[in-house]
Ligand binder design. Structure first.
Ligand code: 4AD
Ligand code: MG
Length: 446
């Protein structure tokens, strides 16, 4: 048997005999020719059966081969710019074909199905080129995250998922009774533990599933998502922004480098992503409010005008983020949010206690927030005050306040949402396609 190759490497095998192990994604029959679009996990390639090259039995088998049958194909690779596929541009002239299993009637015929139907069949939907491509990009994004952080002195530390206390507000907690210890909550963030860890390891990150009982049914919210959270000792807000822009640029450039065919198959314009290099623009929340108000004043549609209303002091909604990010080609830092709309642990702005040393990174083209971060309060008295102000149970945070008593330093960190980042890089509409098995307020199956 000729060597088994991956479709992603097909260009290395032009004019050679090869073997593909995969599945029949699509089949079309034209007289003496049958075209199979075969996928092998690494790509999609057109394989052509020519009647005169094959035994009558084998040709008949191929003519009737059901969609999603598993096959082992031998044949010769030809370069043909018209051949469809990912990467495309090559086809295989079939010389032999073994059917491993002739598939039963496949629930996803190659026509338009409603999105609910596709989500019910998510375990099969991930085989389709668009979903496959997004999930390949996701894997590369995750690898790039680990790579950049490791290369830049960060150590990966796992933080608990069952936790006794909230990090990002008490309204989105998933709780469960925990033996005789009271309630446990699924982690909303590993940040508080990261903060303990930096005092032992200086630069750390955690990377895990994150849980938010978000009541919101939007394109940007999942109840279970993946977040990478770096945390750095001796780092202020400016230092944090420098880390973030290097980090995000690395992720995007790696995605282009390793997933060009996948991104192109999604219709993504790579030249837009190639521009994602440091430095990123930085504006204050104050300036952001002014910019939104200026656009609002020019907006004629009364409904849109209402949506864009932006008094100082409120958090941005999706329309505000869209309005801002459409003004820039690169991700945009907005820093100095009102203290009242942010979490309890954020350091106040010097001389302006109503403002926090916080910074969000908003992705361009209307994608909006992909990172939330801040400098943390380093003073134990102020921290205790904030815990009281937010009506948090002091007992559960005793250890966290300890960190400010034994060698406290200015420190900062951020959290990047993997699905938000993948959605933006792929140029798709909805977060639910950026994770294999999305968890949303109204969906837990499959
Ligand atoms: O802004 P957030 O809530 O920040 C934190 O959790 C901090 N503790 C992070 C830190 O400083 N260590 O969340 C950070 C990011 C958001 O920018 C977004 O990308 C993502 O997590 N995110 C969500 N992604 C999907 N679904 C949701 N419901 C999300 N909530 C936040
Ligand atoms: Mg946020």
């Amino acid at each position: 048997m000729p060597p088994v190759i991956r479709i992603s490497q097909i260009s290395d095998y032009v004019d050679q005999e090869i073997t593909l192990q995969g599945w029949v994604y699509n089949r079309t029959h034209k007289g003496k020719l049958v075209f199979l679009l075969v996928r092998d996990g690494y790509g999609f390639a057109q394989c052509v059966a020519f009647k005169n090259d094959l035994t009558p039995d084998l040709f008949e088998t191929i003519v009737h081969l059901p969609q999603e049958s598993s096959v082992i194909i031998t044949g010769k690779v030809r370069s043909d710019p018209r051949a469809p596929g990912v990467p495309g541009g090559y086809e295989v002239g079939i010389t032999g074909l073994d059917v491993v299993q002739a598939a039963g009637e496949y629930p996803i015929a190659l026509k338009e199905h409603g999105v609910d139907y596709m989500l019910d069949n998510r375990h099969l939907w991930i085989r389709m080129p668009s979903q496959w491509a997004v999930l390949r990009v996701r894997a590369v994004v995750i690898a790039a995250i680990h790579e950049w952080l490791t290369d830049n002195g960060f150590i990966h530390m796992d933080t608990p998922i069952l936790t006794p206390a909230a990090c990002e507000g008490t309204t989105t907690l998933f709780g469960t009774k925990y033996f005789d210890e009271g309630m446990a909550y699924l982690a909303q963030s590993g940040q508080l533990y990261n903060e303990a860890n930096i005092f032992a390891f200086s630069k750390v990150y955690c990377f895990g599933p994150t849980f938010r009982a978000e009541k919101s049914k939007t394109r940007r919210h999942l109840t279970e998502f993946w977040m990478v959270e770096p945390e750095v000792a001796f780092c202020d807000l400016d230092g944090l922004m420098e880390i973030e822009e290097q980090f995000v640029s690395h992720i995007v450039q790696r995605a282009i480098e390793k997933c060009g065919p996948e991104l192109r198959s999604l219709g993504r314009d790579l030249s837009v992503l190639e521009k994602i290099k440091p430095p990123f623009p930085r504006i204050s929340y104050d300036e952001a409010v002014e910019r939104i108000n200026a656009v609002q004043a020019q907006t004629e549609d009364p409904e849109q005008r209402k949506l864009l209303e932006m008094p100082w002091g409120i958090d941005f909604g999706a329309p505000h983020e869209t309005c801002l990010t459409q003004q820039f080609e690169k991700p945009l830092f907005v820093y100095g949010y009102p203290t009242a709309v942010k979490a309890f642990y954020m350091e106040p702005w010097p001389g302006r206690p109503e403002v926090s040393k916080s910074v969000d990174l908003l992705a361009p083209e209307g994608y909006g927030e992909i990172i939330g971060g801040s400098e943390r309060i380093s003073d134990p008295e102020l921290l205790l005050q904030r815990i009281h102000d937010h009506s948090l149970p002091e007992e559960a945070y005793k250890w966290y306040i300890d960190l400010r008593r034994y060698g406290s330093v200015p420190h900062s960190g951020f959290g990047l949402g993997v699905e938000r980042t993948v959605t933006w890089i792929c140029g798709i509409d909805h977060l639910r396609e950026a994770i294999a098995y999305p968890r949303m307020i109204n969906r837990m199956y499959p």
